[in-house]
Design a protein around this ligand. Structure first.
Ligand code: MN
Ligand code: MN
Length: 429
């Protein structure tokens, strides 16, 4: 059995390493970590627990002769056989839109992942919606702010400010919109195949079934009051929708320019409620992938929801980090990856993620996201905050004076300094 000191001896060296040395020593570091992982290096406090955890993965111990949902387990091998570093039983960090109640209507459908599905998610809820060509999500407003990304197709959106000016725009795949709470708005699928999009709300218990609707405001106001307010007779009031429309089929709109011309001086042009993220240059780009960070600094109206659109190449990873301000709610657009969330008390959970899944990271909890598939991962990191923030573990270690770092990590300084010396967001550098 090798001790930590013996492993140290193998990796001692001084000075700033060359790139080749870095690559080589990183491999050695990984090997040393694997030795430690295999229980060959005894680290005092965790020794027993690690050995038990290893034993549970050897021989006949992991066998499962009883019933299994093999389809689900194939999607999520980390749930079947968690890495030995997982510990305890943290609350769920995974859910999928493909398990939710789906409301289907003429013109489209909707389903949601909220605090009801992920009980820890008090800050963010998400809705996935489809509108066929010409179909509307009925004119409405709600308590939460709404951030959205187009997943497929095109839509026309409109939003009216309290000052009576209306913003109207067409939006395509990868582009965003943002509707502040209480501002009335519309979404309509456009020509071709309509659209499908993801909505994100800064309220964990948000529900798409609890929004203020144009139809209901009118249907539940006494007709004589509507007559005083609008001048519409009782007979005309009777023709209004008696119940909600919610999602419904309709005619395609005319050209955007016609709608803008109709608005004339009431067209809002200062505040931009859409953001063309599909043509945005990456905020950071490395060999491992790229990140686009969009918050109130570049999407000015997005005052309460910040986002990172992350692409990770096969073999790459979103580095170990945490967010010092809020929890993270993820939506997986494509690819296959895994994430471990490390909480207080040594609790840790690893899950695998696929397209249409939702990930959740409690505020401040350490995590990484690794591409375990053969194609790029694209996922969203969503936060209930005006400004995106993260803390990089590598950057923190790099800033620790030698003695401080060595005292905590029990590794030689030369080994410690082989790690990336700055925040990379995506690895490899
Ligand atoms: Mn809405
Ligand atoms: Mn994160």
């Amino acid at each position: 059995m090798k001790t930590i000191d013996e492993v140290e001896e193998q990796t001692t060296g001084e000075g700033v390493p060359s790139h080749e040395q870095k690559t080589l020593s990183r491999r050695m570091f990984v090997e040393a970590a694997a030795l430690a992982g295999a229980g060959l290096v005894t680290a005092t406090a965790m020794a027993q627990s690690r050995q038990e955890s290893q034993a549970g993965r050897q021989g006949d111990s992991p066998s499962d002769p009883g019933p299994e949902n093999t389809v689900l387990l194939r999607e999520n091998p980390s749930a079947n056989t968690p890495p030995f570093t997982d510990h305890g039983n943290p609350a769920p960090i995974w859910y999928s839109f493909d398990l939710t109640a789906k409301r289907m209507q003429g013109g489209g459908w909707t389903h949601q992942v909220t605090e009801r599905e992920l009980p820890q998610s008090k800050e963010i809820a998400g809705v996935n919606m489809r509108l066929t060509a010409g179909s509307f999500r009925e004119l409405h407003w709600h308590l939460a702010d709404e951030w959205a990304i187009m997943l497929s197709g095109k839509a026309r959106i409109s939003i009216m400010q309290p000052d009576g000016k209306m913003f109207i725009d067409d939006i395509g795949v990868g582009d965003l919109w943002y509707f502040p709470a209480g501002f009335p708005h519309s979404i309509q699928g456009l020509e071709g195949d309509g659209c499908e999009f993801l909505l994100v709300f800064n309220q964990g218990n948000f529900s798409e079934d609890d929004t203020f609707l144009l139809s209901e405001f009118l249907a539940h106001t006494p007709p004589e009051v509507v007559q005083k307010n609008m001048g519409w007779s009782r007979q005309e009031w009777d023709q209004l929708p008696p119940t909600e429309l919610y999602i419904f089929a309709s005619q395609l709109p005319g050209p955007l320019e016609d709608d803008r011309r109709f608005l004339g001086k009431y067209l809002e042009t200062n505040n931009k409620y859409t953001f063309k993220a599909s043509s945005m240059a990456p905020t950071t780009k490395t060999a491992g992938g790229e990140v686009r960070i969009i918050d109130s600094t570049n999407f000015l109206v997005a005052q309460n929801i910040a986002s990172a659109i992350v692409t990770i190449k096969p073999g790459g990873m979103r580095e170990m980090h945490w967010h010092p301000n809020v929890s993270e709610w993820q939506y997986w657009i494509k690819g296959k990856g895994r994430m471990t969330v490390v909480l207080t008390g040594g609790k840790a959970r690893t899950m695998d993620f696929n397209a249409n899944d939702v990930g959740y990271v409690p505020a401040m909890a350490g995590h990484y996201v690794e591409n375990t598939g053969t194609e790029d991962i694209v996922f969203l990191e969503m936060f209930k905050t005006s400004h995106y923030q993260d803390v990089s573990l590598n950057q923190w270690i790099a800033r620790m004076p030698d003695k401080m770092a060595q005292a905590h990590l029990k590794l030689p300084v030369s080994t410690i300094r082989r790690a990336p010396q700055d925040k990379e967001i995506l690895l490899p550098e």
